[in-house]
Design a binder for this molecule. Structure first.
Ligand SMILES: Cc1ncc(COP(=O)(O)O)c(C=O)c1O
Length: 405
């Protein structure tokens, strides 16, 4: 059967392809030491007890009917309250749209704002699915190389320089996946100003903002001064900070004028996000759950503080210390050289972090994600490690790397 040109254009999500290979290799080498999985960007924690109990209650009480397309009013209020207590931000619940994860939030925002041929600027490296959300809306993602000297994030100057006839806006993530680095507040303000002057959209993915380790960066774009906070579209999720990846729940904060358009799309495309997950998520904002989340955030920070210096010591240099999330974006050129892998090649399979990732699985039983998904400019130079893993696993990973090096 003929597949649409739209579907043909969607690239594979190599993170998932590599995860399949890791599972296969782990099975083939059963009997050897077990594989350590530092490849998937998913917290090793699950939803805390109160959230689990709330889900059980919702199922028992039959609260599984469709909800409003914008989400349960109580949940939208709870999220707004969290912005107040956690970030000192006043957010009207009427601006919040609950979605099936940040993925649906990004998809809804792109479908609501992008017309065929519109161009969206984003940093290279970026979360790979962003390009596909833009493409699915028939727009074009324009990746702009952003190096370590700019924390792998776009600058206002680049936005001005690359803004063209067809540019509609920017799609940023702060902290970012794969680098864990954020955009400095004053730079973000300059970007949002530049975009507003051009009547464009600043779409910012703040899915990792709850896992910020540095007060200088841990502020939401919704509080940008000069009314800019009211112009940005912020994406967030219960997946990362709230440890609920498989529950498929996230949200958007929109400028009020956009809510009706997004509501119409949400009604038609999704009807509503999972009712059980929404009822359960209300318990995320109970004091006990919030205290647990903060303990877990401290654990994520301790893992970062251990693992990144170890990578640097081993020559897998992480050029910018992540200020949030749970990633290490390591420059692997030295290890490629050591193991006789060409650091670059015209085909990603032939050189750099892609073949290195397979070599790491074979030699060290250690899975990490090559840069290929995230970066177009230098796909082979970096490897992404996820530190969302128990400290003992990270220590074992370091020991294996050291022995193999
Ligand atoms: C930057 C970023 N945005 C969005 C997503 C998708 O998250 P969700 O599970 O909320 O759909 C991810 C998942 O890894 C991510 O890293």
């Amino acid at each position: 059967m003929r597949v649409s040109r739209r579907a043909e254009r969607i690239e594979p999500f190599y993170v998932m392809e590599l995860a399949k290979a890791a599972t296969r290799l782990a099975t083939e080498s059963a009997g050897q030491r077990p594989m350590i999985y530092l490849n998937i960007g998913e917290p090793d924690f699950t939803a805390p007890p109160l959230v689990q109990q709330a889900a059980e209650r919702a199922i028992r009480d039959g609260r599984s009917q469709y909800t409003q397309a914008l989400g349960l009013p109580a949940l939208r209020e709870a999220i707004a309250g969290w912005y107040g207590t956690h970030f000192g931000a006043t957010v009207d619940p009427a601006r919040i749209v609950v979605t099936a994860g940040a993925s649906a939030a990004l998809q809804l925002a792109c479908l609501a704002l992008i017309d065929a041929g519109d161009e969206i600027l984003m940093p290279d490296p970026s979360y790979p699915c962003n390009r596909q959300f833009v493409q699915a809306a028939e727009g074009e993602a324009r990746m702009i190389p952003c190096g370590p000297d700019q924390r792998f994030q776009l600058s206002a100057e680049q936005v001005r320089a690359h803004w063209g006839e067809r540019t509609r806006g920017v799609l940023l993530a702060s902290p970012s996946n794969p680098t864990g680095t954020s955009i400095a507040r004053d730079e973000l303000q300059r970007i949002a100003t530049t975009v507003r002057e051009r009547d464009g959209i600043t779409l910012i993915d703040e899915i990792y903002l709850g896992l910020s380790h540095d007060a200088a960066y841990g502020q939401t774009a919704l509080t940008l001064p000069d009314g800019l906070g009211g112009t940005v579209i912020s994406v967030n999720s219960f997946s990362k900070y709230f440890n609920m990846t498989g529950w498929r729940l996230g949200w958007l904060v929109l400028p009020p004028a956009l809510v009706p358009a997004v509501e119409r799309l949400a009604q038609n495309l999704f009807i509503c996000p999972s009712a059980i997950s929404q009822h359960a998520a209300l318990a995320c904002f109970e004091p006990d759950s919030l205290a647990e989340y903060e303990r877990r955030r401290a654990a994520f920070k301790a893992r970062r503080d251990y693992f990144i210096p170890q990578l640097n010591r081993l020559g897998l240099t992480v050029p910018v210390m992540p200020d949030g999330a749970f990633y290490a974006w390591a420059d692997v050129r030295a290890l490629c050289q050591r193991w006789g892998i060409p650091p670059e090649a015209s085909e990603p399979e032939a050189g750099g972090s892609w073949p290195l990732a397979f070599e790491l699985m074979r030699r060290c039983q250690l899975a990490a994600t090559p840069g290929r998904d995230f970066a177009q400019a230098e796909p082979g130079r970096y490897l992404r490690f996820s530190t969302a893993n128990a400290m003992e696993q990270l220590q074992e990973a370091v020991a294996r790397l050291e022995a193999a090096w």
